[in-house]
Design a protein around this ligand. Structure first.
Ligand SMILES: [Fe+2]
Length: 301
């Protein structure tokens, strides 16, 4: 077994939350020694380091950091003692020996859904005890696998009420990070999942969620991917953002692959090509550096 998906995965895919089980947490790669090695092998300038201001209504606070000089072992120590959230995006591309793990995951989901999965991006998340990841959404589809520690995820419906289209368009255009405005009233419509090692989930595209770590270091794999309809939707959202910012057109995103969405997606490709859009850059400035000599394991920069 690598990942075992339920028999009804194909029927439920894209419509509701799907739970799976896996045994990836038993791989040597994800012990403390293995994680320190991965952190040393991963390009440091690509390492996403964040701290968050805790759960609240409205927009959460996400503060970006860096660790240009620390060793992998020191960064891991800072995660244990401090309040940090690390994201090693595309670690399947950047760290050669993780490619097989990513292929095992994506291939299992491809078999279970009978869909071709594109833009396969495995992110390794390593985060501190008690960290709360703000209310946000991800534009690609996501399969989240828990390797170490425990965390609670609140999932919310992917609709206009919980994720207004104008905010989602800003995320697609990287005018903002992935955070959304949270209201306590949303908790009337949540679905709570307590993730433990050996558990995995995938959810419908652009479903908002927030995450609370238990009092332990958490290690997870966040596997982002696209299907063809998901790609069409992402490009249609991109085009809606262009239409809104340039012409004031107020469009609401739809999940269906309609002729209109296909047209918008095709236009989005042209607009992106014309803009020569390179790799999207985070709009947040770097505000701290990991520093083990400080009690909170960081210093402002
Ligand atoms: Fe997420």
């Amino acid at each position: 077994m690598t990942v075992t998906w339920p028999k009804d995965t194909r029927a439920k895919f894209g419509k509701s939350l799907i739970h799976a089980s896996h045994d990836l947490h038993t791989r040597e790669q994800f012990t403390d020694e293995g994680l320190a090695q991965i952190l040393d092998d991963y390009p440091r300038e690509e390492l996403g380091i964040w701290t968050f201001g805790g759960h609240c209504e409205g927009m959460g606070t996400a503060i970006k950091g860096m660790a240009p000089n620390a060793s992998g072992k020191e960064i891991l120590e800072a995660v244990k003692r401090g309040t940090f959230w690390l994201n090693l995006r595309k670690c399947n591309e950047h760290v050669g020996y993780l490619e097989d793990t990513a292929d095992d995951i994506f291939d299992s989901l491809e078999d279970a859904t009978d869909k071709r999965l594109r833009k396969r991006d495995m992110g390794l998340l390593i985060s501190s005890p008690e960290v709360h990841v703000n209310y946000h959404l991800d534009i690609p589809l996501v399969c989240l696998l828990q390797l170490r520690g425990e965390k609670r995820i609140w999932m919310y419906p992917a609709d206009e009420h919980h994720a207004p289209s104008a905010q989602v368009e800003d995320i697609v255009h990287t005018r903002r990070e992935e955070d959304l405005t949270f209201s306590n009233a949303f908790d009337d419509n949540d679905e709570i999942v307590d993730l433990k090692p050996g558990m995995a989930i995938t959810w419908p595209q652009t479903a908002p969620h927030r995450v609370q770590n238990a009092d332990c270091v958490n290690v997870s794999l966040s596997c982002e991917y696209m299907t063809l309809p998901a790609l069409v939707q992402a490009n249609a959202i991109y085009m809606n953002g262009v239409l809104r910012s340039k012409f004031g057109v107020d469009s609401v995103r739809t999940k269906q692959v309609t002729p209109l969405n296909l047209g918008k997606a095709a236009m989005a490709r042209l607009v992106k090509a014309a803009a020569r859009a390179g790799a999207p850059k985070s709009p947040s400035p770097v505000e701290f550096e990991i520093d083990l000599s400080e009690e909170a394991c960081f210093r402002p920069v």
